[in-house]
Design a protein around this ligand. Structure first.
Ligand code: FAD
Length: 281
């Protein structure tokens, strides 16, 4: 059976919190393998991420994965977040280097971890965590090549990572090529395909540009001129996400990770139509 997981971000306001908990309430019955909660640039959401993860532990049966980055923090600060996660009952951490708050070139904190590799090693040394890391089918924007990214992924695995989640891509063929390159490079940990179903194509395009994801011409064409037509965008988004997921499943991807952007509708619809998670029973 294809595994599923959902990513949320910690809410900034009470209203956003309500929306998030409605979304969690809607998606929880699908019984995802885990739900992850992001960590804001430069640790800006440290307390909100922690509170959100804690509430998931206290109020639901979901298994949370807490994201953690090493931006703008001394090792001692990051270690105390790790220890706080452990005492709150978090057993799964998504370990990332992170981006600078201004998205400029990464500068490690003078007393901080230098990147994801050291963070993974610290997590592995400090507790019995299940450690997930990132992977980039279309290359990280700062990377010299996909091979360099794969070498880094292998180093993260050697340091203790047990699973990777891919950056979202719209071009499914890129996911398939990446899978083949990972297999050829001897990567055997589960690599979960990241999917971002969204009706906000303008926002998605902006995010894709920031993280180096290709926006295929056929996708841009499909949304062309629909800026004021949210209904049609919603239908297109569902159809695109279903096609993408179906292809990945047919190609043997065993787990899909949905970047929900705290919205349940599309992810719920995709899981229903493809009978993913508890929608299978
Ligand atoms: P890494 O995989 O460590 O490396 C990224 C690139 O940096 C490499 O490709 C390489 O070019 C360079 N690099 C790093 N280390 C070395 C080295 N030792 N030698 C040579 N080159 C190196 N961001 C957040 O702020 N909060 C989140 O919660 C968050 N969640 C994410 C979840 C997923 C699944 C993904 C895919 C990304 C997430 N991000 C998040 C974004 C991520 O922080 C950025 O993409 C960031 O720029 C890279 O962090 P990383 O751990 O993915 O990078």
């Amino acid at each position: 059976m294809t595994g599923i997981s959902f990513e949320f971000f910690p809410p900034k306001s009470e209203a956003a919190g309500e929306k998030l908990w409605q979304s969690i309430g809607r998606l929880a019955p699908l019984a995802p393998d885990f739900v992850s909660v992001t960590y804001g640039a430069g640790g800006t959401t440290r307390d909100r991420t922690h509170a959100c993860v804690k509430r998931i532990i206290d109020e639901t049966d979901l298994k949370p994965a807490a994201h953690l980055t090493c931006v703008a923090a001394a090792k001692s600060e990051v270690d105390s977040v790790i220890d706080d996660y452990a005492s709150a009952g978090v057993r799964h951490v998504v370990a990332l280097r992170g981006d600078m708050p201004d998205m400029g070139a990464f500068q490690p904190h003078a007393d901080g971890y230098t990147g994801s590799l050291e963070l993974v090693a610290a997590l592995a040394a400090r507790g019995n965590f299940d450690i997930t890391v990132s992977a980039y089918p279309e290359k990280h924007p700062e990377s010299v090549s996909i091979d360099a990214d794969i070498d880094l992924l292998k180093a993260k695995i050697d340091a203790g990572a047990t699973r990777a989640i891919t950056q979202f891509v719209f071009d499914t063929e890129a996911h398939l090529r990446f899978r083949d390159r990972l297999a050829a490079a001897g990567v055997t940990i589960p690599v979960i395909a990241g999917i971002m179903p969204t009706t906000n194509f303008t926002g998605a395009k902006r995010m894709a540009e920031a993280c180096g994801a290709n926006v295929p011409a056929w996708l841009a064409d499909a949304y062309e001129g629909l800026e004021d037509d949210a209904d049609t965008r919603k239908h297109i988004a569902a159809s695109v996400a279903v096609d993408q997921c179906r292809k990945l499943i047919d190609e043997g991807f065993g787990h899909l990770h949905f970047y929900t952007l705290n919205q349940a509708d599309l992810t719920f619809a995709v899981c229903r139509i493809l009978k993913l998670g508890a929608a299978a029973s």
